[in-house]
Write a protein that binds this ligand. Structure first.
Ligand code: P6P
Length: 315
C-alpha cells in the first residue's frame, strides 16, 4: 500500500510543499476523529449544546479552524492563512513560501443530521500575494468525511485519492481520478428555480425533458447540500454541479467562495479532465478582488459544462 508521504515524494521535489500538504492531511485526520465523536461530545451545533464542564460549546466550524491553524502554525512554510472562519488573512510566518486558503468545515449545517461534510484547501505561492487567480495554485485538495474519510489531492499532475486507515494514515486508493466526459446526473438546488437566469432554466429544462428532449437522454438529479459530497460524487462517477448566479445571489457575486471553494474544486475537477465555468469564463481565470469573494460555480463533466456554456452564449 502506498502512503500519502510516499505519493508526495513522486509528485514534487519541493519538501516545503510536501510539508504543507502533510500538515493539511494531518489536520484533516485529527478532525475526522473529532467529527466521529461530535454527537457524543455535544458538538454538532445542536441548540443548547454544552461540553462536560457546562461551558458554551464552540461550534465545530471554529474547532475545525483551530485544528487547521494549530497544524499550519507548526509549519514555517506557511506565510498566510486565509479561512472562511477568519475575517482577515492571518500571517503565520514572515518567511513562509505558501499561502493556504481553506474552508475548514464545508457543509457544517449538515453535521446535526450526520451527512458528509468536508475540508477544502488551496495552496498558492506567497510571492503572488493574497489575490491570485486559481491558475496560480500549486496544489489543492479536499477531505470528504463520509462513510470513509477520503482525501482528494492534486499538485500539478493527476488527481489522487487517499483513504484514512484505522491507524490514522492516508493510503492511496486511486492515482488518476477521471471525471467521465458524459453524464446523466446534475446537481442543483431546484428550490431556487424562481431565481434562475435563462441559461440555468434552459439547461435544467433540457435535462429533465429526458430522452425526447434536446439532450436526448434521461437525467437524474442529486443535491446533497454539501459541496464536498456533491463534488466527490461527480469526480468519481461524473455529473455537473451548479450554483449559478441568480437574481437573489447576484448582489453578492454568487453563493460560493472563490479562493477556498471554487478555485480548489476547479483545480481538481479540471485536473481530472472536467471543466469549470462561471457561465462566462473558466473559474480558474477569475481575477480575485477580495479574500471572501463569491462567484457562480458550474463544474463537472465536459459535455454537460459545454451545454451550459452554450446556453450562456445565447446571451
Ligand atoms: P444551499 C454549504 O453551506 C454550502 O456552502 C456548500 O457546501 C453547498 O453546496 C451549498 O452551500 C448548499 O447551498 O443553498 O442548497 O443550502
Amino acid at each position: 500500500m502506498t502512503t500519502l508521504a510516499q505519493w508526495l515524494t513522486t509528485e514534487t521535489e519541493d519538501a516545503a510543499l510536501r510539508g504543507v500538504i502533510g500538515s493539511m492531511a494531518a489536520a484533516s485526520a485529527e478532525l475526522a476523529g473529532v467529527l466521529r465523536q461530535a454527537p457524543i461530545a455535544g458538538q454538532t451545533g445542536l441548540a443548547g449544546a454544552t461540553n462536560v464542564q457546562g461551558e458554551a460549546q464552540k461550534a465545530l466550524d471554529v474547532i475545525s479552524n483551530d485544528i487547521v491553524l494549530r497544524h499550519l502554525k507548526a509549519d514555517n512554510a506557511v506565510a498566510v492563512l486565509i479561512s472562511e472562519e477568519l475575517d482577515e488573512a492571518l500571517t503565520l510566518s514572515e518567511t513562509g513560501k505558501y499561502i493556504v486558503a481553506t474552508d475548514p468545515l464545508d457543509g457544517s449545517s449538515n453535521l446535526d443530521v450526520n451527512v458528509t461534510v468536508g475540508t477544502i484547501f488551496s495552496i498558492l505561492p506567497s510571492a503572488g500575494g493574497l489575490l491570485q487567480k486559481g491558475r496560480a495554485q500549486l496544489a489543492a485538495g479536499y477531505v470528504a468525511y463520509g462513510p470513509a474519510a477520503s482525501l482528494v489531492l492534486r499538485i500539478a499532475g493527476d488527481v489522487a485519492v487517499f483513504t484514512l486507515d484505522p491507524a490514522g494514515a492516508w493510503i492511496v486508493t486511486a492515482t488518476a481520478a477521471k471525471v467521465p466526459e458524459a453524464s446523466g446526473e446534475f446537481a442543483i438546488n431546484t428550490a431556487r428555480e424562481r431565481f434562475w437566469d435563462e441559461a440555468t432554466t434552459g439547461y435544467v429544462r433540457d435535462s429533465v425533458a429526458g430522452e425526447t428532449g434536446p439532450a436526448g437522454k434521461r437525467y437524474n438529479m442529486r443535491w446533497v447540500g454539501s459541496m464536498v459530497a456533491d463534488i466527490h460524487r461527480i469526480l468519481m462517477r461524473g455529473g455537473i454541479f451548479l450554483y449559478p448566479l441568480d437574481s437573489e445571489t447576484v448582489s453578492k457575486g454568487g453563493r460560493l467562495r472563490l479562493l477556498y471553494e471554487a478555485n480548489p474544486m476547479s483545480w481538481l475537477v479540471e485536473g481530472a479532465g472536467g471543466l469549470s465555468t462561471t457561465g462566462h469564463q473558466s473559474i480558474l481565470d477569475v481575477e480575485p478582488t477580495g479574500i471572501h469573494q463569491r462567484v457562480p460555480v458550474i463544474l463537472g463533466s465536459t459535455e454537460e459544462v459545454r451545454r451550459v456554456e452554450k446556453w450562456y452564449a445565447r446571451g
